[in-house]
Design a protein around this ligand. Structure first.
Ligand code: C2O
Ligand code: CU
Length: 508
């Protein structure tokens, strides 16, 4: 909301000074590493030099610092600035505090990371160590959770492990990045309230396998309820909100009224849109109109082959990345349409041009976790009781499990049956610290969140590769607050956890 208007021009890697420097370092390294060279034209018109981008596929290099290309700029979004010159370390400052933001030409009160909603994008590469000097300038305790990243549990922002950072306090989060994908960060204390009021930010982990696009966007999709003054209404846990979660009446994209978020582009351009749903409760049903598009990545990174679904289901907490090719001039829209309502979340005005979109050659993707057959089964069933004006939620009969509901050795592959037999409400089930695959054609790829529809059990195959104590909960934030929360213990076998080694997690 507080951010400047997004740049309306295209950016090729190599355009900024920083990117150029990184490019230089990279090219010098390239000479030393005999690798496969792929030349991809960046596809924008004009400036021929800036539009040539070379790509190296790792030819067996054992050093994560080799074969690097600049991190992509993310359209319209500030990035956390890396203050450490060491190429293996990304060191940033993050401050949660009260801020004022502009929503529909009106200043409102929000909570924000570094003063902006969404917070600045955290960009890094697999194998890099991320150091986040976090400061809590709120007047309540908080933590930061790095949703989806398979890092040590002590850095996961779980208030069960980390004492929440008190008002005025600081904490240094430190972790090694295991793998490339789109992630996000948010608090894990009074989450339904703190997140709702603006504390959320995107994470882009990029590696050299990621295709190069003319432009990358991160579209952070949300909904809020405004009070009479136009501020974000204080979330409640009673009434309908406790039952269904809070549904907002205003859709936001990147912190602005979604209807007003617009960009312009040129025919022929090919873009990557990373989508995340940061709403408290609302599942988004999305499609892109006016352009050719395909699904290229899920929570756990690039798909082995892009898919062409008719629409996307984006559960609360989940991420989906799409490739969008502007093959005609005109207007392109990202639309949320769940049958009851239809709203435009983002629009692009595509100007005519001579070029047809190029075809992005798909790299040979090795999923961050290879498929494995489950050897064990476990069932989690979801339930609730209505309590006075509110509700209480249960997993296998218990609210807020403080003891592990499940203890498994690291390396366990488990089929989990998620049963949602009561209540007529779908639940976005989220597992911390691990990936899973969903045994359902609508949910391809690796995931950390899946929508469990009412009266239709979903089975997932979970890969418990990351030792530690992990939360498993409904990402409808009111439900989590009202008991829909369990704990899973993964005991270490001494095998390397996903976060060891650059790009760790491969080849389990
Ligand atoms: Cu977005 Cu417990 O997570
Ligand atoms: Cu739920």
């Amino acid at each position: 909301m507080a951010g400047a208007e997004p740049p309306q021009h295209l950016r090729c890697p190599g355009e900024t000074r920083r990117a150029r420097d990184a490019w230089k370092t990279w090219s010098m390294r390239f000479v030393a590493v005999l690798s496969l060279l792929v030349v991809v034209a960046c596809g924008t018109n004009g400036d021929a030099d800036a539009t040539k981008v070379r790509r190296v596929t790792d030819g067996g290099a054992d050093d994560g610092a080799k074969s690097r290309r600049p991190l992509a700029d993310i359209w319209g979004m500030p990035a956390l600035e890396d203050e450490n010159p060491d190429p293996d370390i990304v060191e940033v400052r993050l401050r949660a505090g009260k801020a004022r933001a502009v929503l529909d030409d009106k200043e409102i009160d929000v909570l924000a990371y570094n003063g902006t909603v969404p917070g600045p994008v955290l960009r890094a590469r697999p194998g890099q160590r991320v150091i986040v000097h976090f400061e809590n300038a709120l007047d309540e305790p908080t933590t930061v959770h790095w949703h989806g990243l398979r890092i040590p549990d002590t850095m996961d922002g779980s208030p069960r492990i980390q004492d929440p950072v008190p008002p005025g306090g600081t904490f240094t989060y430190q972790f090694k990045v295991p793998e490339a994908a789109s992630f996000w960060y948010h608090p894990h204390v009074s989450t339904h309230d703190q997140l709702e009021r603006g504390l959320y930010g995107p994470i882009v982990i990029q590696d050299d396998l990621d295709p190069i696009y003319d432009l990358e966007r991160f579209l952070v999709l949300d909904d809020v309820t405004l009070d009479a003054e136009g501020n974000i209404a204080p979330p409640k846990l009673d009434g309908l909100d406790g039952l269904t979660g809070r549904y907002g009446d205003l859709f936001l994209t990147n912190g602005k009224n979604a209807k007003t978020v617009k960009a312009s582009a040129k025919k022929g351009q090919v873009e990557r849109w990373r989508l995340v749903n940061t709403a408290n409760a609302r599942k988004m049903r999305l499609r892109i109109e006016g352009a050719r598009w395909r699904l290229i990545a899920t929570d756990g990174g690039l798909l082995e082959a892009p898919l062409e679904p008719k629409e996307l289901t984006l559960a609360v907490g989940g991420r989906l990345d799409v490739e969008v090719s502007y093959d005609t001039a005109g207007s392109v829209a990202l639309v949320h349409d769940d049958g009851k309502e239809r709203t435009t979340m983002f629009a692009v005005d595509v100007e005519d041009g001579p070029d047809a979109p190029r075809t992005i050659p798909w790299p040979e993707v090795k999923p961050h976790v290879a498929e494995r057959a489950p050897k064990q089964e476990f069932e989690m069933s979801f339930d609730f009781v209505q309590q006075g004006a509110s509700a209480q939620w249960f997993i296998n009969g218990e609210s807020h499990w403080m003891e592990p509901i499940l203890t498994v050795p690291q390396g366990t592959t488990m089929r989990m049956r998620l049963v949602n037999a009561k209540g007529g409400i779908a639940h976005p089930f989220h597992l911390h610290g691990q990936f899973f695959r969903v045994e359902h054609p609508d949910w391809p790829g690796l995931r950390d969140t899946v929508q469990v529809p009412e009266n239709e059990p979903i089975t997932i195959v979970a890969y418990f590769d990351n030792p530690g104590t992990w939360m498993a909960h409904c990402h409808i934030l009111e439900h989590a607050e009202l008991g829909f929360m369990a704990e899973i213990q993964v005991t270490s076998t001494g095998a390397p956890p996903p976060w060891t080694g650059p790009g760790g997690g491969h080849g389990h």
